[in-house]
Design a protein around this ligand. Structure first.
Ligand code: ACM
Length: 544
């Protein structure tokens, strides 16, 4: 009988199935050099609960051995298993960690359970795997501002990312509806800005409100814990402080940052608020102060400054904003926004960091080191790469995981266009075909975006994110070949693993009864409507 091919996800570059197996039992030993002690501890922690095996540390003759191997590149690993033992070699710590993740995928999915699983044989089939990622930026943006995600659930999300060899958590920390990051110099940002009185339920303009207060924030100690937890799993946390729009929570805390100076509340409705920052020097200073604390907390070179969906009506109507434009020698309100983004970009650049903005930042000029997230389709990716900026591809119609997962009428709060796991797998391609090979080198990779207006709990996030994130992860890791049938076979195994860790993913058949939101109104659109809208919005950044 042929030996079944192990269902590794993402698909490996090279996999050969050998003969025999390595049975894990009470005598199985594990080992690693000192510099990999924490990876070894992680692997023991991953294997012990379900297997109940002690997996004690042994010496050079241990059955499972981890090692660094200088000839392998970054995040690259080999995994060699057979009756005589298993060896994971990585070009760096992350490579070894990913080799361990692959090793877990050779075992029955139940190995991911966090409680003893009785009556199982735990055996690694004989394989030779060699693998490396296609892209260096394999990300997810998690919006913790619309609905707050408690620290415990952020850590769980990081574990789920690591299972999929995703390495970048873009943490969207501030919004109209909440400011989630403690800033010691400006305590009202979280004292006031982290709390709202209620939330809109549904996506229609006249949707009702729930009447239930909502909020929360991360202390700076929380942040340090999250950053360290992520780093231990090969994940960089890229924070985002949104400016100069989507700032109502900041304005609720410090009204003097606004154009009108009037007191605002933290938004309780979804959508784009008209209230934006004023462009005074004091406001620049406020946000560079915030970025100073952000840089102290986050070692990431790349720091998000937002830039999307900023209405300019208030600047147009405000005499002081118009005077400010004259002072600065600027003609258009768009130039005023670009000027502000450039000030924050300069501040980061002078300190050795790189700014990260949504593709609207292409309406101005940032330092060449600025990184651009192409979200309104791929227009921003093309323009940014041609101007020499590095690019993260996150086109809304292919990786916005809040978009409805099918045409079924019982999708919970269906918004935007249908986006199935098959769509993501077959159509998401981070490198636009228009780019020359030289330009294409600017594509760092891509990310899924998880907006949470309509996800008020981690259970709903699970439903929106999985299985589509499995497809995103594969596109960002594996070579650009797509074989849907083979992906489906491996996805079936991955869903069993997700079941084992308690992820309430969407089933192929549609939502289960508790995943539905009967009576809550969405706002679906067709693909054609959405594409036409995005083409209109991106006209100002489409060169030529
Ligand atoms: C975005 O979806 N407004 C970046």
């Amino acid at each position: 009988m042929p030996v079944p091919t192990p269902a590794l996800l993402p698909r490996p570059q090279h996999l050969v199935v050998g003969e025999g197996e390595l049975l894990l039992d009470a005598g199985t030993r594990v080992s690693a050099p000192d510099e990999l002690a924490d990876v070894l501890a992680w692997l023991q922690g991953a294997l012990r609960p379900a297997t109940g095996l002690p997996l004690r540390e042994g010496g050079d003759d241990a059955a499972i051995r981890l090692a660094l191997h200088a000839d392998l590149g970054p995040e690259t690993f080999t995994l060699s298993t057979g009756p005589d033992g298993a060896v994971v070699r990585g070009g760096d710590r992350a490579g070894v960690f990913y080799g361990c993740q692959a090793l877990l995928q050779l075992l029955p999915p139940a190995v991911h359970r966090r409680a003893p699983v009785a009556g199982r044989r735990w055996a690694l089939p004989a394989v030779e795997v060699r693998d490396a990622p296609r892209f260096a930026w394999r990300g997810v943006m998690l919006d913790v501002a619309r609905h707050f995600t408690p620290k415990h659930d952020v850590l769980r999300f990081i574990d789920l990312m690591a299972m999929h060899r995703l390495n970048t958590l873009h943490w969207h920390l501030t919004e109209d509806q909440g400011w989630r990051l403690e800033i010691t110099k400006y305590p009202r940002l979280t004292e006031v800005g982290a709390w709202r009185s209620e939330s809109q339920v549904g996506a229609a303009e006249d949707s009702p409100s729930d009447g239930r207060p909502h909020g929360g924030f991360y202390t700076q100690d929380d942040v340090r814990e999250v950053v360290a937890y992520a780093a231990a799993r090969g994940i960089t946390v890229v924070p985002e402080i949104e400016t100069p729009g989507h700032v109502r929570a900041a304005l609720a805390a410090y009204p003097e940052l606004g154009v009108t100076g009037e007191q605002r509340d933290v938004s309780t409705r979804w959508g784009i608020e008209v209230d934006v920052l004023n462009m005074e020097e004091s406001t620049v200073e406020f946000f560079t102060d915030v970025l100073d604390e952000v840089m102290d907390l986050f070692p990431s070179t790349v720091i998000g400054i937002g830039g999307d969906e900023c209405p300019r009506d208030q600047w147009r109507a405000d005499p002081r904003a118009q005077q400010r434009m004259r002072e600065l020698g600027l003609e258009r309100e768009a130039d005023l926004q670009a000027w502000f983004m450039r000030r924050l970009d300069d501040h980061l650049t002078a300190r050795g960091r790189r700014s990260f903005g949504w593709d609207e930042v292409l309406e101005g000029e940032l330092a060449p080191t600025a990184v651009v997230a192409s979200w309104r389709g791929m227009a921003g990716a093309v323009t940014a790469a041609r101007r020499g900026h590095d690019v993260v591809a996150c086109p809304d119609e292919l990786v916005y995981l809040d978009y409805r997962q099918s045409e079924l009428p019982n999708e919970p709060i269906p918004v935007a266009t249908p986006l199935t796991v098959e769509d993501v797998y077959t159509r998401f391609e981070p490198v636009p075909p228009e780019l020359t090979p030289e330009e294409a080198r600017h594509v760092l990779g891509g990310q899924a975006n998880v907006w949470t207006e309509h996800a008020d709990s981690p259970r709903t996030v699970d439903y929106l994110v999985f299985p589509r994130l499995c497809a995103v992860a594969e596109v960002l890791w594996a070579d650009d070949e797509r074989d849907l049938e083979d992906f489906q076979r491996r996805l079936d195994a991955q869903l069993e693993r997700l079941d084992a860790v308690g992820v309430e993913h969407r089933r192929a058949s549609g939502p289960l009864p508790w995943q539905e939101r009967p009576g809550v109104v969405g706002r679906p659109s067709t693909r054609e409507e959405r594409a036409a809208h995005m083409a209109e919005l991106t006209r100002s950044i489409t060169d030529g």
